[in-house]
Design a protein around this ligand. Structure first.
Ligand code: NAP
Length: 252
């Protein structure tokens, strides 16, 4: 896919990796549909997209809500004249041990804590992927969907909810590659390691330091390194059904 003038939607593009992806793709001439919860964060992404030489439009949408996702993807196609790519990037963390014993008391990860992450990181990816596929099929020009998974898909302590969702979105990309190839739509996933964003800035400094020491590259990744992988997957028409790991060599 030549990105020039193509319409690419990025969820969770109000900050972090999503913003870096939007700006990187804008620098290659793509037009951006920026999806997030916060209008003011998206306004800054839009400013950076325009500074990179392209155009875009923002859409306030909770990716976990079916009615909002359906309306948003229909609006993107109508406003921007089609849809050629989607990066399913929006995600949240609500870490905790499944069960924990403190001072002889057993506490549990609540169903709400489990469900909140599944709703955004798994159901949200399903809903956006489904609606993007509908619009791409209607447009008749094919397309490409990228699910942002994580190194945690292998199973990371304290992340029952997050690891389960990230394994799920990696396998959904493989399913979609098989189901959607007949419409000229490719699907892939990216499993980043630890990347310096607002999400990782919320980790305790001791935990960050310990984690960085275990990375063969001896540093965290930067958002542009993930944006670069996104661009590669969109552009390379023979990449489909794969999970690309971008993690500085780290294995959990
Ligand atoms: P981030 O800085 O927290 O950004 C996530 C964005 O998603 C925020 O703008 C957030 O909006 C938005 N969002 C959250 N829930 C949403 C919802 N229901 N609907 C729409 N938008 C929603 O995170 P990040 O570090 O850039 O991570 C981006 C993706 O990469 C996530 O899927 C994450 O799991 C994955 N990932 C990150 C790393 C890393 O090291 N950073 C590693 C592996 C995978 P608000 O801020 O307004 O809530």
């Amino acid at each position: 896919m030549n990105l020039h003038n193509k319409v690419i939607a990025v969820t969770g593009a109000g900050q972090g990796l999503g913003r870096a992806m939007a700006v990187y793709l804008a620098s290659k001439g793509a037009r951006l549909a920026i999806i997030d919860l916060d209008e003011s964060h998206m306004a800054e992404t839009l400013r950076q997209v325009e500074a990179a030489g392209s155009t875009g439009r923002s859409y306030v949408c909770n990716v976990a809500k079916e009615d909002q996702v359906e309306a948003t993807f229909a609006a993107i196609s109508a406003d921007l004249g089609g849809l050629h790519g989607l990066v399913n990037n929006a995600g949240i963390l609500r870490d905790g041990l499944m069960v924990k014993v403190k001072d002889g008391e057993v506490t549990k990860m609540s169903l709400a804590q489990w469900q909140s992450v599944i709703d955004v990181n798994l159901t949200g990816v399903f809903l956006c992927g489904r609606e993007a596929a509908v619009q791409m099929i209607k447009g008749g020009e094919g397309g490409c969907i990228i699910n942002i998974s994580s190194i945690s898909r292998a199973g990371n302590m304290g992340q029952s909810n997050y690891s389960a969702a990230k394994a799920g979105v990696a396998s959904m990309a493989v399913v979609w590659a098989k189901e959607l190839a007949r419409y000229g739509i490719r699907a892939n996933a990216i499993a980043p390691g630890f990347i310096a964003t607002e999400m990782t800035a919320s980790m305790k400094p001791e935990a960050l330091e310990k984690m960085t020491a275990g990375i063969p590259a001896k540093r965290m990744g930067v958002p542009d390194e993930i944006a670069h992988a996104v661009s590669f997957l969109l552009e390379n028409d023979y990449m489909s059904g794969r999970v690309v790991e971008v993690d500085g060599g780290l294995r959990l």
